[in-house]
Design a protein around this ligand. Structure first.
Ligand code: GLU
Length: 445
């Protein structure tokens, strides 16, 4: 069987960590199996779908390196859904219902008050011709429900959850078509999965019931349901669904505002909720090789923005100058400077600030003038090298009796204007003798 999966976001907003995890799991599965990955834009809701979000989705996936083999837009395929709907109507599986939202709500309340499950009573199926004609005369427009075959137990071997069985008794017949003729997600998704020969539907466990319903729709359309796998969803720090408060920002914000590397997001999301360890990866290939659907656990996993930031830092610390040169866009940045500041970066954009500390001008911070004057007097005259810092501070220590923080911190403050930063041993040769001495004199340099 040839493997083909799809990632099917609705272009009603920006992609966030949760969506991207679905994209990534599908993508890794496809790449590992030598299969295909389809990007499908579920844009049948004309009110909420926006072309700019469709564009942003493609931009984010491209930035992450999750390339797609094929792209489909549901809005281009309405004729296919119409044909499927007609077939279901002809077979008595799709029926018109005229209740308004208020009427449905009232029915629900009555059922609940009688301690009955709030399941749709199929009044649409029992409607007399007169009543139907009356509604049509009132210009009521019907919505359309799929008639579930009940009772039924839908079973499948889930790629993550193992054997799954869902009873279709307490479910209402799902609405497939709205009053305005637009389609909800349920039918178009099945039609597309058939037309694009999707072999595996891999999505969140919030879709398990949908899958059971859709199995009947696949069958009603004379098709076979694909393989299913449902992964547990990520939670926020409090254990609930992911929200902005948990730092589950859009991918765009993670990239543009937070300075998170694509590989940090991918490294975390590929392993979160699996039995494999979360590790910093700088390329997708090892993630593809180690991908295993059965490593996903049934328990939900916590998304922790601090873990993402820490992976980001680890990945940055391993990047070579050649990997970042273009993106840095700092003309006089070179390999030596990059190597010196790299271990201190949490975000790539912080490189500019460290570059400026080295190249100046900065305002030295000098609290003890006498001590700094003395240290300046002891500054070696020969060329500044990797050895200079230890040679110089050793002499200053011997001459002044200072040691530890007392010795090092005032020198760092004078030379960089800051109380923290990359190793002085590596910074000093980059700052250079002339600038270092000027700073020790208290000059802005
Ligand atoms: N558009 C649906 C969603 O975002 C797709 C679900 C699916 O993968 O079938 O929830």
């Amino acid at each position: 069987m040839s493997v083909k999966v799809r990632f099917a976001p609705s272009p009603t907003g920006l992609l966030h960590v949760g969506n991207i995890r679905a994209a990534l799991i599908n993508w890794l599965f496809a790449r590992k199996q030598g299969g295909e990955f389809l990007l499908r834009l579920d844009d049948t809701d004309p009110e909420r779908s926006r072309p700019e979000f469709a564009g942003a989705i493609q931009e984010d996936l491209s930035w992450l390196g999750l390339n797609w083999d094929d792209l489909a837009r549901q809005s281009d395929r309405l004729e296919r859904y119409d044909a499927a709907a007609e077939r279901l109507k002809a077979d008595g599986r799709l029926y018109a219902c005229y209740e308004t939202a208020e009427e449905l709500e009232l029915k629900r309340k009555i059922q609940l008050a009688r301690k009955l499950p709030p399941v749709y009573d199929r009044e649409g199926l029992k409607l007399s011709e007169e009543k139907r004609a009356l509604y049509e005369k009132e210009s009521r427009r019907p919505h359309w429900r799929f008639k579930l075959e009940t009772p039924a137990r839908i079973e499948w071997q889930d790629g993550i959850r193992g054997p799954v069985g869902i009873d279709l008794v307490s479910l209402s017949d799902p609405v497939l078509v709205r009053e305005d003729g637009s389609y909800l997600y349920t039918l178009p998704s099945v039609v597309d999965d058939v037309d694009f020969a999707i072999s595996h539907v891999i999505r969140g466990e919030d879709h398990v019931t949908n899958s059971a319903v859709q199995v009947q729709i696949f069958e009603a359309l004379g098709a076979q349901a694909p393989n299913f796998a449902h992964f547990a969803l990520l939670t926020g720090a409090e254990g609930g669904g992911l929200s902005k408060r948990d730092g589950a920002l859009s991918i765009r914000d993670l990239r543009e505002k937070e300075g998170i590397e694509a590989m940090a997001i991918l490294s975390l999301l590929a392993r979160l909720g699996t039995s494999l360890p979360v590790e910093p990866f700088s390329a997708l290939a090892p993630l593809i090789n180690s991908f295993d659907l059965s490593a996903f656990t049934r328990a939900s996993a916590k998304f922790d923005p601090a873990e993402l930031r820490s992976l980001n830092a680890k990945i940055l610390h391993g990047l070579d100058f050649a990997d970042v040169k273009e993106r840095l866009g700092i003309d006089d940045m070179d390999e030596g400077l990059w190597n010196a500041i790299r271990p201190n970066l949490e975000r790539l954009q912080d490189a500019k600030a460290w570059h400026d500390v080295v190249k100046g001008p900065i305002d030295p911070v000098i609290e003890d003038r006498t001590f700094i004057n003395e240290a300046n007097g002891l500054f070696p005259n020969n060329k500044v090298t990797d050895e200079t810092w230890s040679v110089w501070t050793k002499t200053v220590k011997e001459e002044t009796g200072r040691k530890g923080r007392e010795l090092f911190l005032p020198l760092r403050l004078a030379l960089t204007g800051l109380d923290h930063g990359p190793e002085m041993k590596a910074l000093l040769p980059l700052i250079g003798a002339e600038r270092a001495k000027a700073r020790l004199r208290g000059e802005r340099a």
